[in-house]
Design a protein around this ligand. Structure first.
Ligand code: URA
Length: 201
């Protein structure tokens, strides 16, 4: 997919499909709370794609990924290596907020993953950095890296080479930015790991 207008049109179609995704286990909750789905943000021609877990409350109220406290930390991490948000693409596996920010359930991941797959097909990123263990597990399996999958504490910041249908791709598992909220020592590690992205964005 080369043309920018085409990419934008396909992305709009994803937004409409998510908006109308009434079979979603999270649809009722979205409507009841007047939340928005969170599709993604950034350049449709990005080389680097960041994939988080699911929108939090702030994100569901604004429709912008990583616009709350985890987003503030993500901004600091990206800023530390001079990466501008508008040059990358940021999204999540789940496009709707799970109640009380609980972990995504397997059936929610499988329900929303096809939207993420379509976003990857549209943007065709050369690098995917996963944020947290849920997107790490999904993306490593998707790109045939299941044998190399380990706990995030073991493989954070490591660089994995894989093949996408459109060419070579690099997968970099990163801790979720919110990890620094619960354990401030993680921040040092995150500041170091994010350096792996600097050369691409
Ligand atoms: N946490 C995520 O994983 N994604 C967001 O968009 C916000 C918080």
């Amino acid at each position: 997919m080369s043309n920018s207008d085409e990419r934008t049109e396909h992305m709009r179609q994803i937004r409409d499909d998510v908006l109308n995704f009434k079979e979603s286990p999270l649809y009722e909750d979205r409507v009841k709370n007047r939340y928005y789905p969170v599709i993604g943000q950034g350049s449709h021609r990005a080389v680097v794609m960041l994939i988080g877990e699911a929108p939090g409350k702030n994100e569901a109220l604004t429709s912008k990924p990583f616009s709350g406290s985890a987003g503030k930390i993500l901004g600091e991490l990206l800023g530390s290596v001079g990466i501008l948000r508008e040059n990358i693409y940021i999204t999540n596996i789940l496009k709707d907020r799970p109640p009380m920010n609980r972990d995504p359930l397997p059936n929610e991941i499988s329900a929303y993953a096809p939207f993420l797959d379509r976003q990857i097909d549209i943007i065709q990123p050369k690098v995917i950095a996963t944020l947290g263990r849920f997107s790490m597990g999904y993306i490593m399996e998707k790109f045939g890296l299941l044998e190399e999958l380990r706990p995030i504490s073991v493989i954070h910041g490591k660089i994995f080479a894989a093949r996408a249908p459109y060419g070579d791709i690099t997968i970099i598992p990163l801790y979720h930015p919110a990890a620094a909220i619960y354990n401030p020592n993680t921040k040092e590690v995150q500041l170091n790991d994010i350096k792996a992205l600097k050369q691409y964005a």
